[in-house]
Each structure stands twice: as structure tokens, then as C-alpha cells.
Design a protein around this ligand. Structure first.
Ligand code: HL5
Ligand code: SIN
Ligand code: MN
Length: 271
């Protein structure tokens, strides 16, 4: 699977690109079961909503469940990432943001690369995020909203706020845009929230501003986000590097499976 020149052009201009129904229903089911299974392994990689036992996010599932280990090598995800970024890429971060029905909380407006520059000394914004919809995404269940073109001007902020929302990871709340910054950007090119059936995929830049509203609908919105980084762009590790679940250490270039991750029900084991 390769992106057309027109799709590449859209990614470069907007900072994101939606491909509807890239994965089929059987594959989505397999990923959902792997997610449910993974949520049963306790640890700091599991982040709950404030004052609740509900899962807000879970990190590094690709290190524990083969479905995800294979998915990140699936040619439908990896080939476009290589086209956008470079041939040698690895997984920098893997997370599933689970916005549950009736109360999944918001994710504040932010740029990802700022988090990684502050927390991990990541030298350059040479990442592509791949967002995989594990549920149908509609206007009702808290879709991610992007500000098209906002990846062109570099980082809008330069520090983390003093009060941290979560110690396990850097919550977008801690690096959120000001209302003024947001209004200025929206006045330029507006806001877009890609929607589509489960199995749809959004490729998005680590510089594009994005955020999402709470989910007050009766439908969950589970979103898997795999962040690929250029192998030549490793963090220069700070004195106290963050745990491996939030910044992956395995920087071996990923090799494509050359097939869909569930072809013939086949899964390769975790490496
Ligand atoms: N939670 C991530 C981290 O690395 C950063 C956020 O969406 C990415 C801003 O801790
Ligand atoms: C994020 O940027 O990681 C959060 C986006 C979302 O899950 O809505
Ligand atoms: Mn983000």
C-alpha cells in the first residue's frame, strides 16, 4: 500500500491524512480483543481517568500482545510511514487512548513533539503518528480534531506547566495551547475532525496541533496511536530517562511483514 502523490501532498499541506477502512472488521475485532486482554495486566503503563478505575490510556501494548507487535510491521501502516519519513523507522511510542462511553475525558490542544522534546530530549520532529480507529468515530464520541497547517510554524510553546496532570506520562494538559494561540490558528484554516468506520486510519504529524472533547455519547472511542520515529533521530537521553513503556528503547529498523498482520490468522511472536 502506497500513498498517491495527491495523498502525500495533502499530508504535507494539512499535517494529517485519513484513509477510511484500511483494516477490515475481522482485524478490528482481533485488535479489540487484544486491547481487552492487555488491560488486564496491571502496572504503571495503564493510566486511569481521574477519580475512576476507567482506562484513559494504555502504553506499549505492542510489547505484550502479538496482534500489536505485528500490526506495527503491517505494510499498510509501515509503507506510508516510510514514504513520508524515511526507510529506517522504529516505534518510539505506542498507546491506546480509550475514551469510554458516558465520560471519557478530553485531551487538551497540543503538539506531540513538544512533549518529546521536553521529556526525552528528542532532537527533531521526525515522527509520524498512525492513529487506528478501534471504534467507529463520529461527531459524537470525541473524535480527534486537527488544525490543518499548524505543523508548519514549529513549536508554539516551549515548556511544561508546573502542575502535572499525570506522572506516568506527559498529559497534553501539561503543554496545552493558550486560548489565544488556538483562536489565531483556527482563524487561519479552521478545524477538521476526520471520522469514519472502525479500521480507518489517520496518519498525522508530531507537529500538528490536535485535541479532543469528552465523550458523552453511549459509544466508546478507542484510538490506537503508533508513533514511528526516524532511526537517525534518537533521543539524547536525559539524566532520568522516562520508562520504557512510554519511550521505546528498541530502535532496530522495522521490517515490513509484507502482508496484512492477520493474513490466514497468522501472528508472529513478540520479538
Ligand atoms: N503522552 C505522551 C507522552 O509521551 C505525550 C502526548 O499525545 C502525546 C502529548 O507522555
Ligand atoms: C493524543 O493526542 O494522544 C490524544 C488524542 C485523543 O486520544 O483524542
Ligand atoms: Mn497527541
Amino acid at each position: 500500500m502506497l500513498l498517491s502523490n495527491e495523498q502525500l501532498e495533502r499530508y504535507r499541506s494539512d499535517g494529517f491524512l485519513l484513509i477510511e477502512s484500511l483494516l477490515d472488521q475481522q482485524e478490528v475485532e482481533a485488535l479489540r480483543s487484544a486491547f481487552t486482554r492487555d488491560c488486564k495486566s496491571p502496572g504503571p503503563h495503564l493510566i486511569t481517568e481521574e477519580g475512576s478505575a476507567r482506562v484513559r490510556a494504555i502504553y506499549a501494548s505492542h510489547r505484550r500482545q502479538s496482534e500489536f507487535a505485528d500490526l506495527v510491521r503491517d505494510h499498510r501502516l509501515l509503507a506510508p510511514v516510510q514514504q513520508i519519513l524515511t526507510k529506517d523507522v522504529y516505534i518510539y511510542q505506542f498507546k491506546i487512548n480509550s475514551k469510554s462511553a458516558f465520560g471519557g475525558e478530553k485531551w487538551s490542544w497540543h503538539q506531540d513533539y513538544l512533549a518529546w522534546r521536553i521529556a526525552d530530549n528528542l532532537p527533531a520532529p521526525r515522527q509520524v503518528n498512525v492513529g487506528v480507529f478501534l471504534d467507529d468515530v463520529t461527531e459524537f464520541n470525541g473524535p480527534v480534531i486537527y488544525l490543518p497547517g499548524s505543523h508548519h510554524g514549529g513549536m508554539l510553546n516551549d515548556r511544561r506547566s508546573a502542575d502535572s496532570k499525570s506522572v506516568q506520562h506527559l498529559d497534553p494538559d501539561d503543554i496545552a495551547l493558550t486560548p489565544q494561540q488556538l483562536s489565531d490558528h483556527v482563524a487561519r484554516r479552521g478545524m477538521v475532525s476526520p471520522k469514519g468506520p472502525a479500521g480507518s486510519v489517520v496518519f498525522f504529524s508530531s507537529e500538528v496541533v490536535h485535541g479532543s472533547a469528552p465523550n458523552m455519547s453511549p459509544h466508546p472511542r478507542r484510538l490506537l496511536i503508533a508513533t514511528y520515529n526516524d532511526v537517525a533521530n534518537q533521543p539524547s537521553w536525559p539524566e532520568q530517562p522516562r520508562p520504557e513503556y512510554v519511550v521505546c528503547r528498541d530502535a532496530e529498523p522495522l521490517r515490513s511483514l509484507g502482508r496484512s498482520f492477520l493474513k490466514n490468522g497468522e501472528l508472529v511472536s513478540i520479538t
